[in-house]
Design a protein around this ligand. Structure first.
Ligand SMILES: C[S@@+](CC[C@H](N)C(=O)[O-])C[C@H]1O[C@@H](n2cnc3c(N)ncnc32)[C@H](O)[C@@H]1O
Length: 433
């Protein structure tokens, strides 16, 4: 495997790849690392590699001609050569990408400097654009070093012991289990008994369990792409009982004040399906209570009758899980009453998060809201959903956060409130195994 690096600082690569396992692999010709000074491919007296950007703005850009000449000179013919541009705008580098790239004979890696590289290099020469994370480095050399090191680990023979990359973190999308070596007792802390047992089956099982536990506790998002067995899934379900992210979230479904299609304030009617579906979704995602905000007394009576049907008498015996979901529905005259109820339970006012299908200024995204809700601030949150044509301006204006509308890759997003609520709850609180 051959790495060819295009850089204006070839000396950058002298030290990181001249010791340890990489040095040995180089000596055995398992990997080859060549650096090419982009200035050697210039044709002017000053060996110029940069110029000012068209359209103005600060900083300089790397010129296309020296990089183009370098690639044309060093690229091997055939499909086993790949030209990579390091850039914050590229696909995020991962274990899977490293594994895939190790199948090439030659990787040519372009290291940008200054404000980056003329766009035509990308259009004419680049096969793949790679970022090593959502932050900006001062040069592509740092990214190239990361790529070279992690790709090399998958090159046959590089690690000596062929099994090693397979037991590392991210294999099967799981983090690695904890590891111990001598001494058996360090500062009063021992090692798990099973590792001393000599029972390989038990050790394997312990390692798998620990690996799943660590992934669930630290990076639950990775579990989505892990291929889990039924035993693994039951281990995660056990963990969910004892350890889950801390958040206190409530839902309100508002029937007044909401708009009709002429944007007049109205009170909407009770909808059986909404209450059933939102309460079941709420239960699934760990919501504390579901408030039905309805000031009309006739409508309240109707809702109470439906709720009683499922939660009292024969209802729970016929369908226990439905009763469990509908039991946490509370009818309130106003949103203010729901807020007071939460304040009574939590000892502080909830932060109001409103939802709307229409875009507004300064909306919060799902990731940021999830992180805010799980930040251990102790604040409870009330997610407010509107019926009819949406929540009134009065409610929208008084919110702490307005959540971005649910949308796909089409311009259409006229969802029922129960669909929108289910999607939003999933985006905020899902843990897929
Ligand atoms: C200062 S950066 C240029 C940033 C560029 N103006 C932008 O905003 O996208 C200089 C060079 O560092 C490298 N670089 C910076 N951040 C990177 C990242 N996260 N991953 C990979 N390469 C990166 C690229 O080669 C880039 O051309």
């Amino acid at each position: 495997m051959k790495f060819d690096i295009l850089t204006i600082f070839p000396e950058f690569f002298e030290s990181p790849f001249s010791f340890g396992i990489f040095k040995k692999a180089r000596e055995k010709n398992i990997v080859e690392l060549n650096t090419h000074d982009i200035r050697d491919f210039t044709e002017d007296k000053h060996r110029t590699v940069d110029d000012a950007p068209y359209g103005g703005g600060g900083g300089m850009l790397m010129k296309p001609e020296p990089i183009g000449r370098a690639i044309e000179q060093i690229k091997l013919k055939g499909p086993k050569s790949l030209v990579i541009l390091t850039t914050p705008g590229g696909e995020i580098f991962s274990d899977e990408t490293a594994r895939e790239l190790s199948g090439y004979e030659q990787l040519i890696i372009i290291c940008g400097r200054y404000e980056g590289i003329d766009e035509r290099v990308r259009e004419l020469y680049v096969d793949r654009e790679i970022s090593i994370g959502d932050y900006v480095l001062s040069g592509g050399e740092y990214a190239a070093a990361v790529i070279v090191d992690s790709v090399s680990r998958f090159v046959p023979g590089f690690l000596g012991n062929e099994l090693s990359p397979e037991s590392d973190s991210f294999k099967d999308s799981l983090l690695e289990h904890p590891q111990y070596t001598r001494p058996e007792n360090y500062m009063g802390s021992g090692i798990p008994e099973v590792l001393l047992s000599g029972n390989h089956q038990e050790i394997r099982e312990w390692r798998r369990k620990e690996s799943i536990k660590k992934t669930y506790l630290r990076r639950p998002g990775l579990l989505d792409s892990a291929r889990l067995s039924l035993d693994d899934i039951s281990a995660v379900n056990d963990l969910k009982k004892t350890s889950r992210p801390i958040f206190r979230a409530y839902i309100a479904l508002v029937h007044y004040p909401v708009y009709n299609n002429r944007l007049t304030i109205i009170t909407t009617a009770f909808t059986n399906l909404d209450v059933h579906d939102i309460s079941r979704a709420g239960k699934t995602y760990g919501i504390e209570k579901f408030y039905l905000v309805q000031p009309n007394s006739e409508q309240q009576k109707l809702a109470e009758r439906v709720l009683r049907h499922w939660t009292e008498g024969e209802g729970p015996a016929l369908n226990k899980s439905r009763a469990e979901a509908l039991e946490f529905v509370i009818i309130k005259d106003s949103l203010g009453d729901a807020v007071k109820d939460i304040e009574g339970i939590e000892g502080r006012k909830p932060k109001l998060v409103v939802t709307d299908a229409r875009p507004r200024n300064n909306m919060i995204g799902y990731r940021e809201l999830r992180e805010t809700m799980m930040s251990n601030s102790g604040d409870p949150f009330l997610l407010v959903f509107g019926t009819g044509w949406g929540l009134s301006e009065e409610i929208m204006e008084n919110a702490d956060y307005t959540l971005k509308p649910v949308s796909g890759y089409t311009g259409y997003n006229h969802l029922s409130v129960r669909s929108a609520a289910a999607i939003i709850l999933d985006r905020l609180f899902s843990c897929t195994i």
